[in-house]
Design a protein around this ligand. Sequence first.
Ligand code: G3H
Ligand code: ZN
Length: 287
Amino acid sequence: MLVNAADMLKKAKAGHYAVGHFNINNLEWTKAILLTAKELRSPVILGVSEGAGKYMGGYHVVVNMVNGLLKDLDIDVPVALHLDHGSYEGCYKCIEAGFSSIMFDGSHYPIAENIEKTKELVKAAHDRGLSIEAEVGAIGGEEDGVIGKGECADPKECKQIADLGVDFLAAGIGNIHGKYPENWEGLSFETLDSIQQLTGELPLVLHGGTGIPAEMVKKAITLGVSKVNVNTECQLAFAEATRKYVEAGKDLEGKGFDPRKLLAPGFEAIKATVKEKMEMFGSVGKA
Ligand code: G3H
Ligand code: ZN
């Protein structure tokens, strides 16, 4: 059964580890993440961007696919199905479709409008038992058409949004979606520390988890990060494994073109990436 992400992240914050949020794109992706979580006894959050939701056919398809996998694969660790970087309209659609958690990304609005919309969506989510994530200070780079300026969040604005009753908060601290450029200056731990001091027990979220060095991720966890979002790294691993398979001509040998064979190396590569991240975040054995 799906659970909302509030309790799993409260436990993570108290236990000084983070739960991985991994974006999904299709059946293989979802199955690989769920099986890894089960094998490692780790809680997990499945992230769905609006673009990926549309690609999979719609939010009802996603909800039914995930619920079916939970049942048929006997997934007995806590799993949340979470809208990633949701719009105001997208949040309502996912509440209705049966997601267990939403993110309202109002970071591109002026703060007053971000507050107003977040406040309304906190009530809408909580009335139906969902958890809700909000964002302050846009994450840099681009993810599925959501473009962020990459600024560090104002800790006082974080406090204003935290006080609306959100369950966890994403704050820009120099993190970027996609690959980090050579000249990236790293995470601003000073900003993270000030945010944590003002928001207390509220679990914080680190977006742009692809390619952040392990020491930085671990330090961020000591400063209150309880959820780390990873998307691009699974895509890169899947693409590389699939490319190697095709370049070796394996799709031409025997029945190598059968999608169940063709997609298998990418599936295993996602599992390996998710395992590495869960170990890095400290969530293994916490389910
Ligand atoms: O919301 C999802 C993420 O922040 C993922 O970022 O693609 O850089 O791993 P990433
Ligand atoms: Zn993100």
